[in-house]
Write a new protein. Structure first.
Length: 369
């Protein structure tokens, strides 16, 4: 009887095992459609990765409408691109076209017609028309313009990326600071050219100075009509100092270097632009650096590094204008050790409060755009 029970149990066990085995075998084909469904997604991801630029095979040309060495805007741009080239491994060519505007377009055309060029960067508004023509003619190349807007409704510019900076916001802080620090209650500003982007600095600066209690007529403004003439910058700054200004904000590239020498000669103060010009001057001429209370930062270096990073990640927002202000880290003041040492706490507090209000949208700043 026990043997019979064992036999029955054995038969039942074998049957159960067969059912399990059959069930497993029958379930295996059900997994195949899932694998088939995943294949297109994997193929799409692979195709997307293959379409991204390869840094080692990429050539980037920066056409400079001027020369390096301004310790300001152009050097900041070069610094950001150099950092990106070192990190990502692409070939960077910097074409210094010089200060003669007649040479800018030929330099740009050389870059466009270079069969190996992939990305071309410019900052000059004078080159916008030829850049847009080139963008249509060379859709495989990417064009980046910084410090100028593009009218993307005027054409199919899907390979153009434009960066702007809310220089009026940063200049508002510079004007507020100048007004709070001024003892004569008269301040000045020197622009390189009488053009919209420079005037956007000026309207912000004037609004900030007036919010600090400076009468509108005591905000002096001069234009040098050029970016590479420090002697002219010094001459114009000295005129403003002689008129009673005790702080002059320079927005004139290499010409603005003359403002620092004028401040040193007159025993007055200056505010730099684009880069931390106190830090730059302090490396080679510490005595001259002492006249620079702070600088209005236009973080061109960070914006171009960011642009190249997005380019290689495949996320560069071509076909759009990006406008970078205080909240985006695009502009601000240089809060360096010298600023900390020379600025009364009351002024620091008012600058910090104003910056917070600009970021929150509580202070609306004038603009020419």
């Amino acid at each position: 009887m026990n043997a019979k029970k064992l036999t029955i149990l054995s038969l039942l066990l074998v049957g159960a095992l067969l059912l399990v085995a059959c069930g497993s075998a029958a379930a295996e084909p059900a997994a195949e459609p899932a694998a088939e469904e995943a294949a297109p997604a994997e193929e799409a991801a692979a195709e997307e990765a293959a379409a991204l630029p390869v840094p080692a095979e990429t050539k980037v040309i920066h056409v400079v409408n001027g020369t390096l060495g301004d310790k300001s805007f152009t050097d900041s741009a070069h610094r950001g691109l150099t950092k990106a080239a070192e990190e990502f491994g692409f070939e960077l060519v910097t074409n210094e076209a010089g200060t003669d505007p007649a040479k800018w377009e030929p330099a740009f055309q050389d870059a466009v017609q270079d069969p190996d060029s992939d990305v071309i960067l410019i900052a000059s508004s004078d080159l916008i028309p030829v850049m847009l023509e080139a963008a249509v003619e060379y859709p495989e190349k990417t064009f980046i313009i910084f410090d100028n807007p593009i009218d993307f409704t005027a054409g199919d510019y899907k390979n153009v990326y434009a960066i702007q900076y809310k220089q009026n916001e940063g200049s508002y802080l510079a004007g507020l600071y100048a007004g709070l620090m001024s003892e004569s209650k008269m301040v000045g500003a020197l622009g390189g050219m009488d053009i919209p982007v420079i005037n956007d600095f000026m309207v912000g600066y004037k609004q900030g100075a007036m919010d600090a209690g400076i009468p509108e007529e005591n905000v002096l403004v001069q234009y040098a009509s050029g970016w590479s003439d420090p002697a002219k910058g010094k001459e114009l700054a000295l005129t403003m100092y002689q008129q009673g200004a005790d702080i002059v904000f320079q927005v004139a590239g290499g010409t603005g270097e003359g403002v620092f020498y004028a401040a040193q000669e007159a025993g007055k103060w200056a505010i730099g632009v684009d880069s931390d010009q106190y830090a730059i001057e302090n490396e080679t001429n510490p005595e001259l650096a002492k006249v620079i209370l702070t600088s209005m930062l236009k973080n061109v270096d960070n914006s171009l590094y960011r642009a190249m990073k997005m380019y290689f990640e495949g996320t560069l927002p071509v076909g759009t204008n990006e406008n970078l202000g205080i909240s985006e880290g695009g502009v601000g003041l240089a809060y360096n050790d010298y600023y900390e040492a020379m600025t009364p706490q009351e002024v620091k507090d008012k600058i910090a409060e104003a910056q917070a209000k600009v970021t929150a949208g509580e202070i609306k700043i004038n603009t020419v755009f």
